[in-house]
Design a protein around this ligand. Structure first.
Ligand code: 3NM
Length: 205
C-alpha cells in the first residue's frame, strides 16, 4: 500500500501518521500549484526519506530521477509520457526499483522490456486528485496484465477507498496506491486499518 503527499495536514506530520498507521510503501509525488522545487524539494524529500527509514518503509520518488538518485530513494516511478524507461533504468542502475504506469498488456510488455520492477495501473475508479487522469478503467486491464505476467507486481491506483478496494485486490494486485482517502482522512491510522481489512483473507471477526 502506498500513500503520497497531499491533504490539509502538514505533510511530514501526515507522513508520520501514515507510517505509524502501517503503510508499507511511500511515494513522493510533488506536483501542481505550489509544488516545492530545487533545494526546498531536496530538503523535504530527504526528511521524508529519513522518516521512512525509521519505519523501514521503502520510499519512491515520482518522475524525478535526479531527486531519486540524490536522496538514494528505494525506487522511482514514471508514467508513459514522462521519460523513456530504458534510459531511466540505465541511469538508476540495476538495484533501484523502477515502477512504470501502464494501461494495457502492450504497455506492460514495453515497460518490462525496459526493466520495470513493478507496474502501476489506473485510474481504477474516478479520481479528483490527478487532473489529467484517463477515464476510470476498472480492473479488466489489470486482470489481463496479471494473466499475461502473473509474477509481475501490479499496483492499482485511482479513486481507491476502503469500500471499493476489495475488487482491486481480487484482480490480483500486489498493492494499492492511495492519496486522498488517506491524506484527507481525519483518522489516518483508522483509515489505513480499514484498507488492511479490505484485503481478502485478512479480515478478522
Ligand atoms: N495516478 P486518489 S490516478 C497519481 O491513473 C495518480 O495513473 C493515477 O489519487 C493513474 O487516490 C492518480 O486520491 C491519483 O484517487 C490517485
Amino acid at each position: 500500500m502506498g500513500t503520497i503527499n497531499a491533504g490539509t495536514k502538514e505533510p511530514l506530520a501526515l507522513l508520520e501518521e501514515a507510517l505509524e498507521g502501517g503503510i508499507t510503501h511511500f511515494q513522493l509525488r510533488e506536483k501542481g500549484r505550489g509544488a516545492l522545487a530545487g533545494d526546498e524539494l531536496m530538503e523535504f524529500a530527504a526528511k521524508c526519506k529519513s522518516l521512512c527509514r525509521e519505519y523501514a518503509v521503502p520510499m519512491f520518488v515520482n518522475d524525478d530521477v535526479d531527486l531519486a538518485c540524490t536522496i538514494e530513494a528505494d525506487g522511482i516511478h514514471i508514467g508513459q509520457d514522462d521519460m523513456d524507461c530504458a534510459q531511466v533504468r540505465k541511469r538508476i542502475g540495476a538495484s533501484m526499483a523502477l515502477g512504470v504506469s501502464v494501461h494495457s498488456v502492450k504497455e506492460a510488455n514495453g515497460a518490462l522490456t525496459c526493466g520495470a520492477t513493478y507496474l502501476g495501473m489506473g485510474p481504477v475508479f474516478g479520481t479528483r486528485t490527478k487532473s489529467d487522469a484517463k477515464p476510470p478503467a476498472g480492473v479488466s486491464e489489470i486482470i489481463k496484465v496479471k494473466t499475461q505476467y502473473p509474477h509481475v507486481p501490479v499496483i492499482g491506483i485511482g479513486g481507491i477507498e476502503p469500500g471499493n478496494a476489495e475488487m482491486v485486490w481480487r484482480a490480483g494486485v500486489s498493492g494499492i496506491a492511495v492519496i486522498s482517502s488517506i491524506a484527507q482522512a481525519h483518522d489516518v491510522a483508522g483509515q489505513i486499518e480499514r484498507f488492511k481489512q479490505s484485503i481478502p483473507g485478512r479480515r478478522v471477526g
